[in-house]
Design a protein around this ligand. Sequence first.
Ligand SMILES: Nc1ncnc2c1ncn2[C@@H]1O[C@H](COP(=O)(O)OP(=O)(O)OP(=O)(O)O)[C@@H](O)[C@H]1O
Ligand SMILES: Cc1cn([C@H]2C[C@H](O)[C@@H](COP(=O)(O)O)O2)c(=O)[nH]c1=O
Length: 206
Amino acid sequence: MGIFIVLEGIDGAGKSTQAKLLKLWLEERGYEVVLTKEPTDTPFGKLIRKLVLTGGREGIIDGAKISHEAEALLFAADRAEHVDKLIKPALESGKVVISDRYFYSSLAYQWARGLDLEWLIDLNRFAIRPDLVLLLDLPVKESMKRIRTRSIKTEFDKIVELQKKVRENYLKLAERFPEIKIVNALEDVDGVHRQIVALVEALLEK
Ligand SMILES: Nc1ncnc2c1ncn2[C@@H]1O[C@H](COP(=O)(O)OP(=O)(O)OP(=O)(O)O)[C@@H](O)[C@H]1O
Ligand SMILES: Cc1cn([C@H]2C[C@H](O)[C@@H](COP(=O)(O)O)O2)c(=O)[nH]c1=O
């Protein structure tokens, strides 16, 4: 069996930057790595971008065209395909899978939207548990500085409020799911990478 690593965190925490660096680091050490993300690029992922993440980041505040329950079900459907078609086969062939977001995103974000956490956990019970979840944690103010240009001004306050709830939720989830390890994402890119490498080395030595 391969190794399954997930990166999580609020928008703009640095997940995709670190996912790419981790992939290179592992490849230099001879591992075969599949880098993937959620929402995926499959038809379900495209549907999510059309119905949920409408109009870019600002769309997920008020612009969702469907209920939050339907939204959670779509993310779960996308994930079911992701697990079945990509994650499981890659792990079975001994590869390292790095996923930029996974079911913890549904727990943190859809819970922040007012859905019941236990319902969300049940809905995602099919999703195989990763070996390691790297939670890139940083204050919302800092993440907003990093991605400020992406959102329109009128939605900015609402986005900040949502992201604050999401950050709190992630930290609560870290107390419940032992595979979640907190990384201080306030450090510069190299500093964050070094923290991640230390956690991955500990996993590889197990
Ligand atoms: N440690 C860091 N310090 C400062 N800037 C950073 C750091 N890491 C990433 N960035 C910059 O912050 C921005 C967001 O980074 P990135 O796209 O990796 O985040 P993300 O968590 O994948 O975002 P999203 O969830 O919104 O897709 C990019 O412009 C990136 O270059
Ligand atoms: C998987 C997943 C994602 N989301 C949210 C989180 C982000 O705001 C967007 C995805 O944007 P990215 O730039 O591609 O990271 O979708 C969510 O609410 N629930 C989920 O399960």
